[in-house]
Design a protein around this ligand. Sequence first.
Ligand code: SAH
Length: 243
Amino acid sequence: MSKIAVIGIGPGSMADMTQRAKAAMENADIIMGYNTYIELVKKHFPGKEFLSSGMTREIERCRLALQKALEGKSVALISSGDSGIYGMAGIMLEVVNHSGIGIPVEVMPGVTAASAAAAILGAPIMHDFVVISLSDLMTPLEQIYKRVECAAQGDFVICLYNPKSKSRVDYIEKARDIVLKYRETTTPVGIVRNAGRENEASDMATLTNMLDFEIDMFTVVIIGNSKTYFENGRMITPRGYDL
Ligand code: SAH
């Protein structure tokens, strides 16, 4: 029977992809996804049919996946990182539910950008943390800032996804200013670009100077909590053990 697998491919390299994700893509008739991610995986799955589309075409992509599944194809719909974290899983489930068609949808997890970035930096999310996307395409900006404020107040480590794009250059500055109401200027901030991909890079900054570093749409910014520190080039949030 035809089905749809919504797959988190991890941050980028094949080494960070789960065996389950890889097997599902090998067994699929069609692999679908956003152009950038199709380009990342294409050479590893020769002979597959690929369907790629632009970033803001998620609903069309899911409808097409459903249509292909109804034609009897096994479809792998891919997201970067984890498919259920700002990925395609929720949209696909909603589109199938809305259609009333009983096509099975399997959701497969992947290594999300925050885990990949944290491992590069050291161990910054060893304690309670939150993930907040600064993209206001689907979420009102006041709600985003409110969540940043609550997270800062609660002393959570804060992982920021979608920190900056061409149309959103100052949201990161505003978020930083909100956090500064509750944390020291010297609070460590880890910045990781292209985790697990070509041109991977990371910087260790503070709340004061973090905006001097390169931050783009392939970056995760991890703001430490009140106990986070840098030592020997690694960013560590202590769990609380007595050493
Ligand atoms: N589903 C994805 C997140 C998609 S939202 C996941 O679980 O990782 C897109 C945002 O994720 C980007 O703006 C960036 O902040 C982050 N991101 C995704 N891949 C990344 C990578 N390889 N390196 C750094 N950040 C990444």
